[in-house]
Design a protein around this ligand. Structure first.
Ligand code: ADP
Length: 592
């Protein structure tokens, strides 16, 4: 499928939407994953907190038994009305409490009545109060070395109590109790990231890093339990409130709890039981970090997705650009080809026109040659014909008068005229069909000598001279003797014609190897004539003086010999005609 830009953007939008949907759907699972991880992490500080609590509780366990050893306590129990003794023990206990940082240290007789207390000077002191209903008292009275439990008190202060029997020999004569403020244990949790709480077997929260959770029940307490609490005065029953808590399981060890307080808060809850104390300690860590981690992962995934989508987009756009460029190139090529085809057609048309024009020109040229020829021939023949007519008329007239001799003379002239016309006709025939005559080796000097002999007659009658030095060695060329002689005679005749009006008439004849040069001292070839000089019927001579065939015939003869004939003007004046011939091979010469 071809990907156009709109299609690409559509595709990217669909992928992006799918990714967003996938992210939205998978976010809760991701969040839960991080919650579980958080729960696993929480196990460590919870374990430390549990150990800290146990250490704190255990640290003071031997304390009441040690204090109970003091003899003054037995003395006082034996003499409870001794005011001085009471004062002394009160003070002794006060100092002890200050040293161990207990909130109270107090002595009870076997009826449960407090007869001495560290808090003797403070309002609300235990002094004079009876604690026979308290479990720690009854346990100690029954001989347990130390017993402890946690209780709320009527003061509303959460206390942790240790108690030991005071023994006079084998006899138990009283109970010594030490009270610690529970908030002392809670202080170490401050500053932790998580909240902590400790609940008893009834899921009643009596310790927590959150003061507003104190004395809150995590589940409704049964009537029996409430009765037991009321009976023991263990907690301030009127202050017991339900903690509005909803619990959802997270994994085997952790739960998600939502607590409705002033605000609604959700925590990851991990719990550990302190079996011997029948307590459960819980850590409640906020959801924030897990949600944040999930968001961060989602963000990274989203950004990665965005990056990949961007890369995909860039890649697809590049592909599209390339495809478009290719299409453009193709289109340009197509246009170019069309333009070339159009141009070619134009050129072909033009070429056709040119050919036609050429044909027309050739035709015109032929006609012009024919015209030239007709003019020349009609002149050549008209003149003798006119002469023949007048001679014939004359002969007739002479015969009428009986003057036979004159008539005969005229008839002889007619015969001569006929001869002349026959010569012209032969000339023309030669030109029209050049018979293929044999060529052979010729001694160039011999041909020149024969030509000079023919010319000699004209020189004697008209004047002019020929300057010729025969070559020192024999020069053999290829050609036909009579025809080559005709060419040389023709060239010399033309030279003499050209020099007719010159005071000095010299034809310079030279042989250089197989090249023969004929130079005259005439006016030279007319500038316009040079291009047409070898054309048949081209002549500059007056009518009757030349047919314009001499050079044309000479040119063809030399060509037949495989040689060349060329015309030029000499720099020092006069025309130069050069005949270049093929040398005859030694074999041919030997065969001669
Ligand atoms: P024709 O002599 O009958 O005119 P040719 O073919 O022999 O015919 O010569 C063609 C023309 O070439 C002449 O009319 C003349 O104009 C020119 N021509 C030939 N020879 C010479 C020369 N030696 N000097 C100047 N012009 C020449």
């Amino acid at each position: 499928m071809h990907l156009t830009r709109p299609r690409i953007f559509g595709l990217i939008a669909v992928i992006a939407t799918l990714l967003v949907l996938a992210g939205t759907v998978s976010f809760p699972a991701l969040e839960r994953h991080y919650m579980r991880q958080q729960a696993e992490k929480d196990a460590v500080p919870l374990k430390l907190a549990v150990e800290g609590l146990r250490a704190a509780v255990d640290r003071y366990a031997p304390l009441p038994a040690l204090i109970a050893e003091r003899s003054t306590l037995i003395d006082l129990l034996n003499n409870p009305d001794d005011a001085a003794l009471v004062a002394a023990v009160n003070e002794d206990l006060r100092q002890t409490a200050a040293t161990v940082r207990a909130s109270d240290v107090y002595l009870m007789d076997i009826s449960g009545l407090t007869i001495a207390a560290a808090s003797y000077r403070e309002p609300g002191s235990f002094l004079g109060r009876n604690f026979n209903y308290q479990t720690y008292f009854t346990q100690a009275l029954n001989g347990a070395l130390s017993s402890f439990s946690v209780y709320g008190t009527t003061t509303g202060e959460r206390g942790y109590f240790y108690a030991a029997p005071v023994e006079d020999g084998e006899r138990i004569v009283g109970v010594l109790a030490v009270k610690f403020n529970v908030s002392a244990f809670e202080s170490i949790w401050r500053g932790a990231n998580s909240e902590f709480m400790v609940a008893d077997r009834n899921d009643f929260v009596f310790m927590s890093s959150r003061p507003d959770w104190h004395f809150r029940a995590m589940r409704p307490l049964s009537d029996a339990t409430l009765r037991l609490i009321a009976q023991n005065l263990q907690y301030p029953i009127d202050r017991i409130e339900l903690l509005p808590i909803t619990v959802r399981p997270l994994d085997a060890d952790a739960r998600l709890v939502t607590i409705e307080g002033e605000t609604r808060e959700t925590y990851i809850l991990t719990a550990q039981r302190l079996a011997d104390l029948d307590w459960t300690m819980s850590s409640l860590s906020p959801l924030g970090p897990a949600t944040l981690s999930a968001l961060r992962s989602m963000l990274i995934a989203g950004l990665t997705g965005l990056l990949l989508l961007g890369a995909l987009l860039a890649y697809l756009l590049k592909q599209a650009r390339q495809t478009e460029a290719l299409a453009r190139e193709k289109e340009a090529k197509r246009l170019l080809e069309a333009a070339v085809a159009e141009r070619t057609t134009d050129l072909e048309t033009a070429l056709g026109d040119l050919r036609q024009t050429q044909t027309d020109l050739i035709q015109a040229g032929k006609l012009s040659a024919l015209g030239q020829m007709s003019a020349a021939l009609s002149h050549e023949f008209n003149q003798p014909l006119a002469a023949v007519k007048s001679y014939a008329d004359n002969a007739g007239a002479f015969l009428d008068r009986g003057r036979v001799a004159e008539a005969k003379d005229n008839i002889t002239r007619i015969s001569k005229m006929a001869d002349r016309m026959a010569t012209i006709s032969a000339h023309l025939r030669n030109f029209a069909r050049r018979p293929q005559q044999a060529t052979g080796p010729l001694l160039l000097n011999a041909v020149v000598q024969d030509a000079l002999a023919v010319i000699d007659m004209r020189l004697t009658s008209e004047g002019g001279e020929i300057a010729y030095t025969p070559p020192k060695s024999e020069i053999w060329v290829t050609g036909g003797h009579v025809r080559l002689q005709q060419v040389i005679v023709n060239l010399i005749n033309n030279a003499l014609d050209a020099m007719a009006d010159q005071p000095e008439r010299i034809v310079d004849l030279r042989i250089e190897n197989t090249r023969l040069q004929v130079r005259d001292t005439g006016p030279g070839i007319e500038h316009d004539a040079i291009a047409n000089i070898f054309d048949p019927f081209f002549t500059t001579k007056a009518p009757g003086k030349g047919l314009g065939l001499g050079l044309s015939i000479s040119f063809n003869i030399v060509s037949d010999f495989g040689g060349t004939l060329s015309a030029a003007n000499h720099p020092d004046g006069g025309a130069v005609f050069t005949v270049t011939l093929q040398p005859a091979t030694p074999m041919e010469v030997a065969a001669q």
